[in-house]
Unconditional design. Structure first.
Length: 310
């Protein structure tokens, strides 16, 4: 009688070896994929900055000045002034003229506990893909978008930004506390390629967090959420504002009071932040930049010398 042929197959040891090889390959592949994704996200973030830079320059071409960083009466931040220059005229129409209306206007700026007000209309340019696109502020009735892009306040005290030895920033207050600066291109005497216009902020982990993270539509100077300061280098120190939910190791904070407020440029990128300069160029700035260089970049007319670590 003829014998049946033996069945071929893997032994248990061979199977375990194959599984081990696959596991090693996956372990090698995952970090590489993550790096590629982060590189793509960082590039998209830089592209967003380029569009904000074009909008800033178009606004300047129209009005011969940059938009103000914030204003307390009527309440407004820089963002609505740029809506027509990022193809969002419909949102500005919904709000009204930002020169004369406040973002706190019920029924147009916001609709109580709803996502239908002008400030709750989401725009892709608000968000860095490395963070949490689509983030909102829902910690009070004035629902509004959070965002990752903020303007340069420099290193002066927020609520008493008097002239001193430190140069002025493009979007801080004037020499009188509470009066927004009016900055023209000619005011940037340190050079537009040596002066920061915008950088990044981290948004809160949850929409309902009563923390200033990414609340860039809010002009409240005790929040300081529409801007960043250059007191600390990127991603360094603990921010001090009037609202703090300390649940994010990438954005430590503490409750502070005027005049000791401070917010750093922060991102979820590895090793630094993207930054837009006043000439419209975009740079990735390392966390390792010296404090002196970072503060010099925050000034538009201080006459500082910037060394080669930038």
């Amino acid at each position: 009688m003829a014998r049946k042929p033996a069945h071929s197959g893997f032994t248990l040891i061979e199977l375990l070896v194959v599984i081990a090889i696959i596991a090693v390959l996956i372990a090698l592949l995952v970090p590489a994929v993550q790096k590629v994704r982060e590189a793509a996200a960082r590039t998209q973030c830089q592209n967003n900055f380029k569009q904000w830079g074009v909008a800033m320059h178009m606004y300047h071409d129209t009005y011969k000045k940059f938009p103000m960083g914030s204003r307390s009466s009527p309440r407004m931040t820089w963002t609505p002034f740029l809506w027509p220059y990022i193809e969002q005229t419909a949102i500005q129409t919904k709000l009204g003229n930002p020169e004369t209306v406040a973002w706190t206007t019920a029924g147009s700026g916001y609709v109580a506990n709803a996502y239908t007000g002008a400030l709750a209309m989401q725009v892709p340019l608000y968000y860095c893909p490395s963070d949490r696109p689509g983030a909102y502020w829902t910690a009070d009735i004035a629902y509004r978008c959070r965002g990752n892009y903020v303007v340069n306040w420099g290193s002066k005290t927020p609520l008493a930004n008097a002239a001193g030895t430190v140069g002025d920033a493009p979007f801080g207050y004037n020499t009188t506390a509470g009066v927004p600066a009016v900055t023209r291109m000619a005011s940037v005497t340190d050079g537009t390629s040596n002066t920061l216009m915008m950088s990044e902020a981290i948004v809160s982990k949850a929409d309902g967090d009563n923390t200033t993270r990414g609340d860039f539509m809010n002009d409240d100077a005790s929040f300081m959420s529409f801007c960043f300061m250059t007191v600390n280098t990127p991603n360094a120190g603990a921010d001090a504002t009037s609202r703090c939910v300390n649940n994010d190791t990438a954005a430590p904070c503490a409750v502070g009071a005027s005049p000791n407020l401070n917010v750093s440029a922060r991102s979820r990128h590895t090793g630094g932040v993207n930054a837009l300069l006043c000439d419209g160029s975009v740079r990735f700035v390392s966390n390792g930049i010296t404090a002196g260089n970072w503060q010099s970049l925050g000034s538009m007319n201080g006459g500082e010398v910037i060394t080669n670590d930038f």
